[in-house]
Design a binder for this molecule. Structure first.
Ligand code: CS2
Length: 442
């Protein structure tokens, strides 16, 4: 039997405490993958559970119909399982109302963005979804393509302005450095090219706050769905599995109303940068290093790689001695304690987080995870042995006899074929624009 609003739930499973059918949709979320369902949707469910109203989420997949097929027959309902050594908790989330597939029904997506009840359009489209060229500016040809977020947001904003509706908050929840400013600059570049008449209105009425988003969410497996079915007594095709920990730090700069996400534990601050930089360089930097070094040594999961006595000291050094010194900590932000907590999270034996999941899209992730740290130290005449080992492991991974999941896969394969791989990847005019110059790291 498929999960539905009528499914009798076991007492151990917490369900939404609010009337789902009485909520307007205040949020359109583009990129409705597992991360969003385990993160922002849970904070939004908490806000509505605490009495805030009309923050239902209209999910959008730009291309694939998979999530729509998982969630729509379940009226948007799905479970989040939190797993730790102590056991598993299961909770039913009601914040998502429906899922649209932009490739099948583009007008419905534009109409959702242009709806009067919508105040926020948020994004988890992964690094490559921002369609940046090598210099970080918008790849305009790609942005005009059928599955570009910019097309839908541009058309939705045009419809709002025509209808004299207020502007929107565009909320990037991806692991880009300065994600709010980055989205704003890219969106603006698109509008200048395609909707010039909207630019002044966009500047005056829309906002793009920065966010630091954090929760480890492995891809759901068939075994995970079977475990949820056993616990629930119903089949949940949209189930997601995650850790107990979650963190969301948001720049408090919204165009209009926003959910009381602080009711779910989100932190609203004036400057996200110290949190975002620490997260990208320490957590994500360590993750990518664990992926390439761990795969090179035959490991499959993060918890196995961090338990390897040859890898763990290298990861500790990366976080504590290479990444942490580059970060201007906020008052009260304790980077040593942060590194301790990250090591515990990586070691979580109940979370089967595949290293290959983290290894994908290296060309899009490595600049903000490793290269900024390397450049910081290089400017001070210092080396980073752990990050240099991670770079060597990435090159070895790219040379390996397996498919490379990366938008630059072909170019990367060519770049690493010869003896000057580092130069062709990171040097002047290399594939990956970088302040870090590899000349002394060969
Ligand atoms: C990971 C992230 O796949 C990856 O690249 O490093 O998805 C990571 O799990 C999240 O950013 C944690 O918040």
């Amino acid at each position: 039997m498929r999960l539905s609003a009528q499914t009798p739930l076991p007492a151990s499973v917490r369900a939404p405490s609010y009337d789902r059918t009485a909520q307007a949709a205040g949020i359109v979320h583009i990129g409705i993958g597992a991360f969003h369902r385990a993160h922002q949707a849970v904070y939004t469910d908490d806000a509505m559970g605490a009495g805030d109203r009309d923050w239902g989420i209209t999910g959008v997949s730009l291309r694939s119909g998979d999530v729509a097929a998982q969630l729509n027959p379940q009226a948007g309902l799905y479970t989040v399982s939190t797993r730790s050594a102590a056991g598993t908790g299961v909770r039913l989330i009601g914040a998502i109302q429906r899922v649209l597939v932009a490739a099948d029904d583009p007008q419905a997506v534009i109409a959702a963005i242009a709806a009067p009840a919508t105040h926020i359009v948020s994004f988890t489209v992964t690094e490559k979804g921002y369609l940046r060229g090598p210099d970080g500016t918008l790849d305009l040809a790609a942005a005009k393509g059928a599955s570009s977020l910019y097309r839908f947001v541009g058309a939705g904003l045009a419809a709002r302005r025509a209808a004299k509706l207020p502007g929107l908050t565009l909320l990037s929840c991806d692991n880009l450095a300065g994600n709010g400013a980055a989205l704003k600059a890219l969106m603006r570049q698109y509008l200048v090219a395609e909707h010039r008449d909207l630019v002044a209105w966009f500047d005056a009425t829309c906002r793009c706050p920065a966010t630091m988003i954090d929760r480890i969410v492995p891809a759901t497996t068939d075994a995970d769905r079977a475990a949820v079915e056993a616990a629930l007594g119903a089949r949940d095709e949209g189930a997601v599995v995650t850790e107990g920990f979650g963190q969301w730090v948001i720049e408090d700069d919204f165009a209009g109303p926003r959910p009381r996400w602080e009711d779910g534990g989100a932190e609203l601050v004036t400057d996200v940068a110290p949190y975002e930089t620490a997260k990208l360089r320490m957590l994500n930097g360590a993750h990518s290093a664990l992926a390439y070094i761990g795969l090179g040594k035959g490991h499959e999961f993060v918890h196995q790689a961090i338990a390897d006595p040859e890898i763990r000291p290298l990861i500790e050094r990366l976080m504590r001695h290479e990444a942490a010194p580059t970060i201007d900590a906020a008052p009260g932000q304790d980077l040593a304690a942060y590194a301790d907590a990250l090591l515990d999270r990586f070691a979580n034996p109940a979370l089967h987080h595949r290293l290959v999941q983290i290894a994908m899209d290296g060309s899009q992730k490595i600049p903000q995870r490793w290269l900024e740290t390397l450049a910081w130290h290089q400017a001070r005449g210092q080396r980073c042995p752990s990050l240099e080992a991670a770079i060597a492991a990435w090159v070895a991974f790219l040379r390996g006899d397996h498919p490379i999941d990366d938008p630059l896969a072909d170019e990367l394969r060519k770049a690493v074929a010869g003896g000057d791989a580092l130069e062709r990847l990171f040097g002047d005019g290399g594939l990956i624009a970088s302040e870090w110059q590899p000349e002394n790291a060969r």
